[in-house]
Write a protein that binds this ligand. Structure first.
Ligand code: AHG
Ligand code: MN
Ligand code: MN
Ligand code: MN
Length: 324
């Protein structure tokens, strides 16, 4: 089986970017080790702090963030980092060619129940127009040069794309290396599986409500087929399933908080996952437009997400355009 770095060299990935990916995989192994120690390492449970999103931070949110931040900032190719758990950006090496945005631990509510969680990352080029500060990160998802995630499940997997298809690596715990286990991932265009938090149904837009009502109507309904539902409550794990066997994943607009109608964050959740989904032949939209075409205005900006199997995403979009 092929090891990570030789695989990247074969794909002729830029050496500076290889160095960033190498740094990310070091962090992934460290976080994976702590997670697998679980309660034995005393890292479960919450802190007394809140992050910029108004969420109570778990000890592992903080620990993973600290690890990624410290290790990435030691890499001379990293100009700056942005994280779900940091209010602002943190500067690295002035001459670094890359910016890294990350969700250090996705699916925090799964930590204390020994269920799947992950780390999501997006790598952007450092703008060459003299911009500094958070503005450097305000680039469309189409500018990403690499994006991916680590999923800490029964095995730890590193999944990413540098624009040449999606590759999946599995951590061989015996030698401590990520080995290539799947490449050229392709998402089937059709699916009979969807993932959405159904308990929020009454708060969605009428278009989304009617789309899901029709999915639930099964074979006798307008869609003429039965659909299965899955919800792991960690985007990383739900998207991993979509990449493995197709499906539709959505976290849509919600009427409860008019000033905060979306849950998922553009820079370090929606954009990197959209990059992978598109690389695998799927579609990733806000419900109205391509996620990677959204011009960010804030590093912690949130966005609606409907992604996965191309034809199913299209069908969902038709419900939205029909309702105007
Ligand atoms: P995070 O743990 O990084 O804050 O992200 C959690 C997100 C996402 O991973 C997942 O899809 C969603 O929250 C789960 O939401 P519900 O609590 O509505 O299931
Ligand atoms: Mn969070
Ligand atoms: Mn997250
Ligand atoms: Mn998180």
């Amino acid at each position: 089986m092929q090891r990570l770095i030789p695989t990247l060299r074969r794909d002729q990935v830029d050496e500076a970017l290889i160095s960033v990916i190498n740094t990310l995989q070091i962090c992934a192994k460290e976080i994976s080790y702590r997670l697998h120690q679980g309660e034995l390492a005393g890292v479960l449970g919450s802190t007394l702090d809140e992050n910029i999103q108004g969420e109570t931070q778990k000890k592992l949110d903080v620990l993973s963030n600290q690890l990624l931040k410290d290790i990435l900032l030691e890499c001379k190719h990293v100009r700056a980092i942005a994280s779900e758990e940091e209010d602002g950006i943190v500067d690295g090496d002035e001459s670094g060619d890359y910016l890294v945005a990350f969700d250090p631990l996705d699916g925090s509510s799964n930590i204390d129940i020994n269920s799947m969680v992950g780390t999501i990352f997006s790598v952007l080029p450092t703008p060459k127009d003299g911009r500094s500060g958070p503005d450097m990160f305000l680039q469309q998802g189409t500018q990403q040069v690499m994006a991916g995630y680590v999923v800490y499940g029964p095995s730890t997997m590193l999944v990413f794309s540098t624009g040449k298809g999606v590759k999946m690596f599995t951590l061989d715990q015996t030698v401590g290396e990520f080995l290539l286990t799947r490449s050229d991932i392709t998402i089937p265009a059709h699916t009979q599986e969807f993932a959405i938090n159904m308990s929020n149904q009454r708060h969605w837009s009428p278009a989304m409500q009617s789309y899901v009502t029709d999915l639930l109507a099964g074979k006798q309904g307008p869609r003429g087929k039965n659909f299965n539902m899955r919800w792991i409550a960690a985007m990383v794990a739900d998207v991993h399933r979509v990449l493995c066997r197709g499906g539709l994943f959505a976290y849509p607009w919600d009427s409860r908080k008019p000033d905060k109608p979306y849950k998922l964050r553009l820079l370090y959740e929606a954009n990197p996952m959209s990059y992978l989904i598109e690389q695998a032949g799927g579609k990733a939209t806000t419900g109205l437009e391509r996620i990677m075409a959204v011009q960010p205005t804030d590093i912690h900006q949130r966005v609606g997400v409907v992604l996965g199997s191309a034809d199913e995403v299209e069908t969902c979009l038709e419900y939205h355009t029909r309702s105007g």
